[in-house]
Design a protein around this ligand. Sequence first.
Ligand SMILES: Nc1ncnc2c1ncn2[C@@H]1O[C@H](COP(=O)(O)OP(=O)(O)OP(=O)(O)O)[C@@H](O)[C@H]1O
Length: 314
Amino acid sequence: MKKLSYLFIVNPVAGNYKANKVMDVLKIQLEGSNIDYKVAYTTHKGGAADLLNKMNFNPYDVIVAVGGDGTVNEVINSMVGTDKIIGIIPSGTGNDLAKSLNIPPNPVEALDMIINGEVVSIDVGRADDRYFTNVASIGLDAEIAYHANKMKKKLSGTKAYILSLIKVLCTFKSFPIELEHEGEIIKKEVMLVAVCNGKFYGGGMKIAPEASLSDGKLDVCLIEKMPKFKLLFLFPTVYKGTHNRYKEVQFYRTDKFIIRPKSGLLNLDGEVFNQDEELKFSVLNSYIKVALRNQKVEMIENQIDHKKIKAPAS
Ligand SMILES: Nc1ncnc2c1ncn2[C@@H]1O[C@H](COP(=O)(O)OP(=O)(O)OP(=O)(O)O)[C@@H](O)[C@H]1O
């Protein structure tokens, strides 16, 4: 069997500088092994993408993201279309994709999974020309992510999310969207739309409990206009994944659709961008290779009851 070589892309500031310490621990493990590896540190926002754009990563078989969801997203955007295997060492504040993939939070265990696990192909979501592996969203939660990302410089991830939630809730208003699916257009007044490949986002909220990373579909969770006090009751149920008990919450499963919101923000795997007035979403089935323990992914997949989900938007 070919001996693989590993490139670690480390975002030292991820998880309030946790990733830096995590890499120090991993280096001790790696030095005691006969593994070929190189470590590269990012130096600025968007640094993982810049590093991979500039350097020759061809000699490496496995590109390991050491950081949070933002770092993983940058690595994946740079690796789409290559044959590289992606490894994830969860070291951010949220690590939602790692949760969806059942990657152990312990970095030494996660490293063991990358080195000794199997390679599994997973789906990648596409929002216009950017890729996401976990969740893309517009509306309330994109606003919360925007403010939380700013607050994370001074506060822990959870505190930043809670404070920005309070801040955004005070001023947030529902907004109109048009959803186009297979030529049919539906109009809604919504609080948020989350387009999910993975199940978790926002630091552990189970926004799409039945989403699968390998079914070639996106689970769209749409929360229609509702009073703010009701939203406060709904919010904890999202952590348990039981929010579909509210009539304002709807799920659709599809592989391609267009959404037309007015101006606002787009959250892609926790990174926030200004959005266009028209966003084309699609999914690329089994498009990237991730080092995992295959058995565990099959276990997650087997727990999914696909019957509970509605057919695509109608
Ligand atoms: N050296 C650096 N200095 C400052 N920012 C950086 C650096 N390297 C990367 N970044 C940026 O840090 C941001 C946060 O990274 P990441 O999402 O990995 O960590 P996190 O926010 O702690 O974790 P999570 O998204 O899982 O909550 C990203 O926008 C990334 O581009």
